[in-house]
Design a protein around this ligand. Structure first.
Ligand code: PMV
Length: 319
């Protein structure tokens, strides 16, 4: 038997960083996916194959001994094998078209698809149980995660977090993603924001209140089919991200280059590198590549409505 599960990447439209401190955020799943395929094996090892490398360790080894990128898989495999007496070993294969380390949710999508795929061999978990397992797995790399990324990967579409509500966008969001090609480290950026908060609790609390108000205004703008206000709120959110110092010159240059053709532009995800998103009018989409340096990657994002998918496939290993 093969258990195959897939999950989409994501963008954070509003509220990154502040969401770690309890304010709301708006996220959307995008049409880039990771697929994880798991099979039982007889040889008492956990084997992981991915484009980022391979791992082959005894089932008794702890996730803490693995390189950070493999920890969620070893964690989930250990947990499943320990609760399933018939399981000897496990082979996990990962295929992804989500760019890694640039704020498009590659690691959360891997955690969701891995939890669904690995557990799928054993029993059918509910979406809520998979969410819980995937957040636990993500915490092996990034203990402070807000859980927002895994949540949108599971449910797909556009959601408000933490009181998970699906949002129906009433206007066609023409979202463009531009990759600065500078990898970022979410844990380091979140720690930097924690320091900002420690140094100026009062201002940080004001910014959290401003972010909460902004998100209310975005929800109203969507109800009113008002793309102009939606875009303005993206740029306003960017000012808050600048203030907590998760931007840099490269991201500011990209944002300013896209300004004339977009309704709003901001960082998406942890910042300090990674991607920016822009809300672009249809007639301007073709102008985007000329505005960015050649080595920056850019593409249109479509909102994924499927979220996590899973299936069990009859299969026998060749002897
Ligand atoms: O850049 P990413 O995809 O790792 O997103 C991080 C988003 C944060 O709000 C900074 C952290 C979180 O857990 O929500």
């Amino acid at each position: 038997m093969k258990s195959i599960a897939s999950a989409p990447g994501k963008i954070i439209l509003f509220g990154e960083h502040f969401v770690v401190h309890g304010t709301p955020a708006i996220l959307a799943a995008i049409n880039k996916r990771v697929t994880v395929t798991s099979t039982f094996t007889e040889n008492k090892t956990i084997k992981v194959n991915s484009e980022l490398g391979t791992l082959d360790v005894p089932i008794s080894s702890s996730y803490k001994e693995a390189k950070s990128k493999f920890r969620p898989f070893v964690y989930l495999a250990n947990k499943m094998i320990n609760s399933n007496q018939n399981a000897n070993g496990l082979e996990i294969e990962i295929n992804s078209d989500i760019p890694v380390g640039v704020g498009l949710g590659s690691s959360s999508a891997c955690c969701v698809a891995a939890a669904a795929s690995i557990y799928g061999l054993f029993k059918e978990l509910s979406s809520e149980e998979i969410l819980k397992m995937s957040i636990e797995a993500e915490k092996t790399i990034f203990p402070d995660t807000s859980g927002a990324d895994c949540t949108v990967c599971i449910y797909g579409g556009m959601i408000e977090y933490p009181n998970v509500k699906k949002i129906d966008n009433t206007f066609d969001l023409n979202l463009l993603i531009a990759n600065s090609m500078i990898p970022h480290n979410t844990k380091n950026s979140v720690e930097k924001v924690n320091k900002f908060k420690e140094n100026d609790e009062e201002r940080f609390s004001q910014l959290c209140d401003l972010e909460t108000k902004l998100i209310d205004e975005v929800i109203t703008a969507m109800k009113n089919n008002d793309a102009t206000t939606f875009g303005l709120k993206m740029s306003e959110n960017q000012k808050y991200l600048e203030e907590i110092q998760v931007s840099n010159d490269t991201l500011r240059d990209m944002i300013s280059s896209l300004k004339e053709i977009s309704l709003g532009t901001k960082i998406t995800g942890a910042g300090d590198g990674g991607c920016v998103i822009a809300l672009v009018k249809d007639e301007n989409v073709s102008k985007v590549p000329a505005l960015l340096p050649k080595y920056k990657e850019c593409f249109s994002a479509k909102i994924d409505t499927k979220g996590m998918t899973r299936e069990l496939v009859e299969w026998k290993r060749e002897k």
